[in-house]
Design a protein. Structure first.
Length: 562
């Protein structure tokens, strides 16, 4: 069947359309998402997840979740569990097709024996450095290993001895016999197996030889009946080897297609760099909200739908490029604006006493839960004599364009009344309290005589407020491409102001009902979510994004130019 998603047609889907037209795979579309469990997934993996599972959904096909777990020295069960959680959280399912490359270790070994018997693979004694030297360069051909012409019988015996553990790590490898003068270095007798006396997270100590990625990946695709093996561009030069192995074995042959990986400004996408940040404690674990990991974005308050929409909008290309972080935040805001309940919270409190309000009175003010969603309804907010407002919402000697609260000035308290500042209380030259009055005729925030005010500010009742710790996150790096700064360590560009923790925040009591990872908007302040570390003793809130939308402003300027 043809893709029903014409709006998102790209070059990969065009290839699939043509394959369906020619009945290349008997009308089947079967993809896979094949992460290596050596770290947590990031937003770049989300693009691949959305592409592979999305194609399967568009064409009524299948998509496997398969772990390429061929390197026991770097892979852990922790990573497997995190990847499963991330893919599910993004909204995708693989039914009964949770698979592992290690499921096929026995079959891969038999395939390797088949190539040895065909004279297309041999056991080599050269060290890693020697293999690299014999391989040559991009401008000079390689040289054959002294062990290249071993007999088939000797290679079979040595490979069996490698399997049974008779050699130490690095003593021998199994290599494919292709062409040491091939212009593509990947085709110059690549390594198929290396010796690693390491316990595997699934097969334990059964094996002491492990397949290399290039050998294993195509076989895994073949065994599973994958039709379109979608990879990122760095694997383009590996495709001839992918094809050579499958053709040499004369087995079912999927098609490898490469697309441009996602690069995002003001962060790093390398697993090695992310691991360095985590292990060096530059961040607080893999789910630190400043990281581009899916678990970090989940903890920060990004929604699955906003990430899926972001991946859809950036599209699929054949050339690498850098996507602006502002666009990701735009997609997050766009989604949360429609779905997030509104609350009021004061991050840097300033006490306000309304002198003409009854001492013991607490009234309920009706507030709208989400103006973008009429079905979200309303809630009641307590209003009393003593309130908190943001320190930034008051200035004793304001400049001309400052319209918020100031001595003698009247403003609107959101949903409540018109308030006028009468007196400023200081201690050690620091403002600690404002004395104000209210107009009881302006309930709901509107004056019956029609007078207007220029500013509306948010507030929280002091008597009913909940204490909270609020964590304000900014970009982790100070430059757009920290990994691309030549001659420097990317960590030199870490932003020392990427996290600010506020411990004396006051929020409205309705937030008691929220659960960990619930998302919401603090009016006038931005989007936030409840941190999973919150408990009955301490409420922790993470800022997801500010209300300031840089990307929308950029787009508006561009439209005005045109």
């Amino acid at each position: 069947m043809q893709s029903s998603n014409n709006a998102s047609k790209d070059f990969i889907r065009e290839i699939i359309d043509e394959d369906l037209k020619t009945n290349k795979y008997n009308g089947r579309v079967h993809t896979r998402f094949p992460p290596e469990p050596n770290g947590y997934l990031h937003i770049g993996h989300a693009k691949s997840i959305c592409l592979n599972f999305g194609i399967a959904e568009d064409y009524g096909g299948l998509c496997n979740l398969r772990f390429d777990d061929t390197n026991p020295t770097k892979e852990e069960e922790e990573y497997v569990k995190s990847i499963i959680e991330d893919v599910r959280w993004l909204g995708f399912d693989w039914d009964d097709r949770l698979l592992f490359g290690s499921d096929y270790f026995d079959q891969m070994y038999e395939y390797a024996v088949q190539l040895i018997k065909a004279g297309k693979a041999y056991v080599d004694d050269l060290s890693a450095d020697e293999i690299s030297w014999f391989r040559g360069t991009t401008t000079t051909p390689g040289e054959n290993s002294p062990n290249r012409d071993r007999s088939i019988e000797e290679n079979l015996n040595l490979f069996e001895q490698m399997k049974t553990g008779e050699f130490g790590d690095g003593e021998k490898v199994l290599r494919a016999k292709i062409d040491m003068s091939h212009p593509n270095l990947n085709m110059r007798d690549p390594i198929m197996y290396r010796i690693l006396h390491a316990s595997h997270h699934r097969t334990k100590d059964k094996w002491c030889i492990y397949p290399m990625y290039d050998w294993a990946h195509g076989l895994e695709d073949s065994i599973e009946g994958i039709t379109h093996s979608i990879c990122t561009l760095e694997f383009e030069n590996h495709r001839p080897l992918y094809d050579w192995f499958l053709d040499a074995l004369d087995v079912y042959h999927p098609q490898q297609i490469e697309f441009a990986r996602l690069n995002l400004t003001f962060t790093v996408m390398s697993k090695r760099m992310l691991l360095e940040l985590v292990e060096g404690k530059y961040v607080n674990g893999w789910d630190d909200p400043r990281l581009p990991t899916i678990s970090g974005m989940r903890r920060r308050g990004y929604s699955p739908s906003s990430i899926r929409n972001f991946c859809k909008r950036i599209g699929v290309a054949k050339v690498n490029s850098m996507v602006d972080f502002d666009f990701l935040e735009y997609c997050v805001r766009e989604d949360l604006n429609k779905t997030s309940l509104r609350f009021m919270g004061v991050l840097r409190p300033l006490k306000v006493v309304i002198e003409n309000y009854p001492d013991n009175k607490i009234e309920e003010i009706e507030a709208i839960n989400n103006p973008e969603d009429p079905e979200a309804g309303t809630r009641k907010i307590p209003f009393s004599k003593v309130l908190y407002i943001e320190q930034d919402d008051f200035m004793e000697d304001p400049p001309k364009k400052f319209y918020r609260l100031a001595p003698g000035r009247e403003v609107r308290f959101r949903y409540a009344y018109f308030i006028t500042c009468k007196e400023v209380i200081k201690k050690d030259d620091k403002i600690i309290e404002l004395r104000c009055t209210y107009d009881p005729e302006t309930k709901g925030g509107y004056a019956p005589d029609g007078r207007k005010v220029k500013s509306t500010i948010h507030w929280v009742s002091a008597e009913n407020a909940i204490d909270a710790e609020v964590r304000l996150y900014e970009r982790l790096f100070t430059v757009k491409d920290p990994a691309g700064q030549k001659g420097t360590d990317f960590k030199e560009f870490l932003n020392s102001d990427s996290l600010e923790i506020l411990n004396s925040c006051k929020i409205e009591p309705e937030l008691k009902k929220m659960k960990p990872l619930d998302r919401f908007q603090f009016e006038r302040l931005g989007y936030f979510c409840i941190d999973p570390d919150s408990n009955s003793e301490k409420l922790i809130i993470n800022r997801t994004a500010t209300l300031r939308d840089i990307w929308a402003k950029i787009q508006k300027k561009q439209e005005n130019k045109n």
